[in-house]
Structure formats: C-alpha cells, structure tokens
Design a binder for this molecule. Structure first.
Ligand SMILES: Cc1cc2nc3c(=O)[nH]c(=O)nc-3n(C[C@H](O)[C@H](O)[C@H](O)COP(=O)(O)OP(=O)(O)OC[C@H]3O[C@@H](n4cnc5c(N)ncnc54)[C@H](O)[C@@H]3O)c2cc1C
Length: 236
C-alpha cells in the first residue's frame, strides 16, 4: 500500500448518517436523487448508505473516539482527519499491510494477461520500489492538484492516467469539473464557508447577506459581474 493522504487528512469529513428508520432512509434517498438531477440509481444510494452504517460501526469498534450526546448515544456525524488517519494506519498495520509513505506509484505492471503490480518512487530517498500482486486496487482520488482545494495538492490524476493506459474505461468524467466561488487571496478554495459571508458589488452594495446555503451564493456569484468579497472585521 502506498499512502500520501488526500482531503480527509488536513480537515474533517462530515458524514451523511441516516438512522435505520425506513421512512427517514426513503426521504434521504429521494433528496439525493433530486440533488443529482435524477441521474443516480436508487439501488446504489441504498448500498452506499448501508455501507456507511456498517463501516462507521467498525470504526467505533476499532476505537475511533466519536463524541456522545447527552443520553450517551454515539454521534457518528464527523471524522477528525488526523485522528481518523491514525486509526486507519493502525488497523492496516495490524492486518499485516506494509505502508510506503511518500511513495507515489508511477506505473502499473501490465501485460496481455492483465495488471500484476505497480512500480513507483520513494520521494524521500529517491529509490524506486516495485510490488508484484495478484490484484491491484487503484484508489488515488481525483485530479485536482491545481485547484487549491484543501488536501487536493496530492491528487495528480496519475492513478486515472495509469488505469486508462492499462485499458480501463473511465465513467462519469463529465461530472468531475466544478467551479465554486472562493476568496481570491485565500490559500484554499473551499467555498462552503463563504455561504455565511456578506458579498458586495463593486459599488459596495450588499448583494448576498449571508445564509447557510451554498447554492444561493453560487447563484449570486454567477449573476454578479465584478463580485468582490469583503473581509469580516477583525479577520487576519
Ligand atoms: C475540501 C474538501 C472537503 C470535503 N468534505 C467532505 C465531507 O465533509 N464529507 C464527505 O463525505 N466528503 C467530503 N469531501 C470529498 C471526499 O474527501 C472525497 O470524496 C474522498 O476523499 C475520495 O476518497 P478516495 O479514497 O477516492 O480518494 P482520496 O481521499 O482523495 O485519496 C486518494 C489518495 O491517493 C493518494 N495518491 C494520489 N496519487 C497517488 C499515486 N500516484 N500513488 C500513490 N498514492 C497516490 C493521495 O495522496 C491520497 O492519499 C471533501 C473533499 C474536499 C476536497
């Protein structure tokens, strides 16, 4: 296993957790279907939500320190990046996996019989490594390394390229490009927090007065030429 760490590490992951109540589950599935323009498949949404339930219980069994509510019930709604990564590393090590840190895979070993391993480099020593295996799972994330999205600097798209070179077919790529408003001088481009900000046009008139809905902000930005974001008082 070659590891570097993507978006879940520097920040946190908010989890969509639906209590196991049929009516609530159905409402959540319908909401997801609508949000996706009815392009997704019902069965897959159910499968993902089932997996969320199973995997989060497993994480708790492994010792993830989820917070509890006032009745002592576990709140499985958020994962703290470093805490989560520490636990995952411990779990895979215990299972006998050798972790190669800072060691990107650069090519898949493939011939006419299929893929039988990978080759890459250790960035700290400059040495190359090679692993032969009966099966290879490519889980190298997306291709967002220039986006300044938090944790995205390591998502170079190499895995997608290597897979395509080995003959894999990529699907859904038309949905992989998204633009969102962000603060021009910021170090990351995460737009979510901006939903609560007040935006002004070039003449200083407020055109977005905050709120929790990112969609509302995106619509404002799309319609507002010359949009300028003012820093809240006392900020940096
Ligand atoms: C700012 C931000 C906030 C997000 N917030 C949430 C949230 O709150 N809730 C939620 O559910 N989702 C959230 N997401 C989405 C979520 O992070 C991704 O969907 C998820 O991380 C994808 O998981 P993955 O395992 O496919 O890839 P990643 O988690 O991106 O992992 C890919 C890994 O592959 C490594 N890698 C890349 N190239 C190579 C290579 N050549 N060789 C070896 N390793 C390589 C990377 O270093 C990285 O560790 C967020 C994403 C971003 C960018």
């Amino acid at each position: 296993m070659s590891a570097q760490a993507g978006p879940p590490l520097p920040g946190g992951t908010t989890l969509l957790v639906i209590p196991p109540v049929a009516e609530l589950r159905e409402q959540a599935v319908q909401a997801r279907l609508k949000a996706g323009g009815y392009l997704s498949e019902n069965a897959w949404i159910h499968r993902v939500l089932d997996e969320v339930e199973i995997r989060l219980r497993l994480l708790e069994d492994w010792g993830y320190p989820f917070r509890k509510d006032e009745r002592g019930e576990t709140l499985r709604t958020h994962l703290h990046g470093p805490e989560y990564m520490k636990l995952m590393r411990r779990a895979v090590r215990k299972a006998g996996v050798r972790i190669l840190d800072q060691s990107p895979a650069l090519e898949l070993l493939a011939d006419e019989h299929g893929v039988g391993g990978a080759r890459g480099i250790d960035r700290l020593t400059g040495r190359t490594w090679e692993v032969r295996a009966h099966a290879v799972v490519v889980a190298t994330g997306g291709c967002t390394f220039l986006s300044k999205g938090l944790g995205c600097n390591v998502l170079t798209g190499e895995g997608l390229l290597m897979s395509a070179e080995a003959g894999a077919e990529l699907s859904g790529m038309e949905f992989s490009r998204q633009y969102a408003p962000s603060y021009a001088d910021g170090s990351v481009t995460r737009g979510r927090m901006l939903a609560w900000s007040t935006l002004y046009d070039a003449a200083g008139r407020p055109i977005h007065a905050g709120g929790s809905h990112l969609r509302q902000l995106t619509q404002t930005a799309a319609g507002g030429a010359g949009l300028r974001l003012h820093r809240p008082r006392g900020y940096g």
